[in-house]
Design a protein around this ligand. Structure first.
Ligand code: ZN
Length: 393
């Protein structure tokens, strides 16, 4: 591992059970008008959004609904929200507040950046690998983000994943200034997340922690954070899925997800995320589910080149003492444990179970070549990836 690094993280993180009640005071530190972006219908149904708006008003912050999102954000969603912010002449005293899963947070990050950049151009022109290659040069509107699923880690990253159906792509809008100003994590907000969402987002966080740890761009601070995250998440995920009201399990998963955002933002990812992006655009598979199903295969592909790192992960996270295992045995034990945790969380094993057919594979291979894949510990040829996906059907 190269001992040269930068490290980027949100300047203020507020974490704790029930601490959503501090949103008003935290918001007041950013401005007096809060443009709300929300996801997950359950939040409105449970009264969480009303409670949040009341807390903002009590702190003399005016809440203004900006957007609601129930799927992963599209170019049009970002353009529409940014247009509204520009029409309101947003500037000093205004901020964007996102409450929801990764989709709501990514939409808010995109809209906050596009409100002050591009002079009305589409976000598409700023996305990596498509459009005109424009760059975020002016500071986005400040962001206060409240993640509610315990999964994506988007609250701690400098990018927003934006999709399009025509043409088909899933690309990142990325800039250091896009990192949220304040992250407020209340693990209690995940209690009402259904088991499948908990499983998929939790496995996404675990995938992010592992892939960033073995990435060819791995760095020391994210590695330390990844170990902490995995030590918390691996023993907790099945409990969070099967007993959603468990406070310790929800705390562990929310904490691990937050750390996974910091690790991926600073160390990159790998093959599971590369293929997951393709599964999202080609077969409409939710991000966390795609990562979860690809993770064991990605670990096997990297077993030789990342053996000592996988062995380190086993020794750092196994409940029983595993000091006596040599590297190959420890790496194999880790891969097997990750696979069984996925199965116990209800993650399917085969791609056909998530709607993938043999004729999808050429497009999947072509669409896997993004920023994530470039962090994978070793190169994987199109032929090797094709064979691997065929075996997983
Ligand atoms: Zn992910």
């Amino acid at each position: 591992m190269d001992f040269t690094y930068d490290f980027l993280a949100p300047p203020k993180i507020v974490f704790g059970w029930g601490r959503r009640r501090e949103a008003g005071a935290l918001g007041r530190g950013l401005g007096t008008r809060a443009y709300l972006v929300s996801g997950a219908r359950r939040l409105a149904a449970d009264g969480v959004i009303d409670e949040l708006m009341a807390a903002l008003r009590a702190a003399n912050v005016e809440p203004i609904p900006l957007a609601e999102i129930h799927g992963e954000p599209l170019v049009d969603d970002v353009d529409r929200a940014a247009k509204r912010l520009r029409e309101q002449h947003c500037g000093d005293g205004d901020f964007v507040l996102a409450i929801g899963g990764g989709s709501a947070i990514d939409l808010a990050k995109g809209a906050a950046a596009m409100a002050t950049n591009g002079d009305g151009a589409s976000v598409r022109d700023f996305l990596e690998g498509v459009g005109r290659g424009l760059a975020i040069e002016r500071s986005p509107l400040p962001l206060l983000v409240m993640p509610t699923t315990g999964g994506t880690g988007s609250e701690a990253t400098k990018n927003a994943v934006i999709s399009s159906h025509d043409p088909t792509f899933k690309k990142s809008l990325r800039a250091d200034q896009m990192i949220p100003r304040v992250v407020l994590v209340d693990p209690e907000l995940a209690v009402s997340a259904p088991p499948n969402v908990t499983a998929q987002t939790g496995m996404d966080a675990i995938t992010q922690l592992i892939e960033s740890y073995i990435s060819r761009r791995a760095r020391p601070i994210p590695r330390a954070l990844a170990l902490e995250g995995l030590q918390r998440a691996l023993p907790a995920i099945v409990e969070a899925v099967t007993n959603g009201a468990s406070r310790p399990a929800r705390e562990a998963m929310a904490h691990a997800a937050l750390l996974s955002g910091m690790t991926l933002a600073n160390s990159g990812l790998g093959m599971a995320h590369g293929v997951a992006a393709a599964l999202g655009v080609v077969c409409d598979v939710p991000h966390g589910l795609a990562c979860a199903i690809m993770l064991p295969a990605a670990l096997r592909v990297n077993r030789e080149v990342a053996m000592s790192e996988l062995a380190e992960l086993e020794r750092a996270t196994a409940e029983a003492r595993r000091g006596e295992l040599d590297d190959p045995a420890a790496a194999d034990a880790f891969i097997e444990r990750i696979e069984s945790i996925g199965l116990a969380s209800g993650i399917p094993r085969r791609l056909t179970e998530i709607g993938v057919r043999a004729d999808h594979i050429p497009s999947l291979v072509a669409q896997s070549r993004g920023n994530s894949m470039s962090g994978n510990p070793r190169d994987i040829s199109d032929e090797e990836l094709t064979n691997l996906l065929q075996q997983m059907l």
